[in-house]
Design a binder for this molecule. Structure first.
Ligand SMILES: [Zn+2]
Length: 177
């Protein structure tokens, strides 16, 4: 991580006590390197009555089936990022139905905002950063073991995927939906 130099004036950063924590601070211009988890949007997409999962081709959890997800960029809202990622990763134009949950953990540097969604157009296909994209029956999902040698992020994401799928399934079972 390129955090040793000031982003504003390139002076080497020094650790300083600020707001109750040691933080990297520029002794020349006062710039503080605040470290915040990066927001990631995720969509549990219903398509033709089934759940869309993509096979992740990159870390964390490379090789695992997961809902499409990606980083929120400046210049877009979280819902817009989720719709963009769905189109990029699985080819579907989606509409969001509601928030499923917000997930974070102290030792993980991302924060996941998960939505239930449904497709309203497009064709299911695996995008650039997805190894595969497929439809799964709500009660016949791939069983995926917790990664034995995984990083904190791998283990956490594995749990988040399980929990979001459980919530998505619960939303399906609600009367009137
Ligand atoms: Zn500086």
């Amino acid at each position: 991580m390129n955090s040793a130099y000031c982003q504003q004036c390139a002076t080497p950063l020094a650790m300083a006590m600020m707001s109750g924590k040691q933080r990297a601070r520029c002794p020349a211009c006062g710039f503080v390197l605040w470290r915040n988890p990066a927001p990631v949007g995720m969509a549990l997409i219903s398509h033709e009555g089934k759940l869309v999962l993509i096979r992740r081709s990159e870390s964390p959890l490379a090789g695992y089936w997961a809902p499409p997800a990606g980083y929120v960029e400046c210049g877009e809202s979280v819902p817009a990022a989720v719709r963009r990622e769905a189109l990029e990763e699985c080819g579907l134009d989606i509409e969001l139905d509601g928030l499923l949950g917000v997930y974070s953990q102290a030792n993980v540097d991302v924060l996941i905002v998960a939505y239930a969604a449904h497709s309203r157009g497009g064709m299911l296909r695996a995008g650039d950063d997805a190894g595969d994209a497929r439809l799964f029956d709500a009660f016949d999902l791939p069983s995926q073991e917790s990664p034995a040698e995984g990083t904190a992020t791998d283990l956490w994401l594995h749990g988040v995927i399980d929990e979001t799928i459980e919530r998505w399934r619960g939303a399906l079972a609600l009367p009137g939906t």
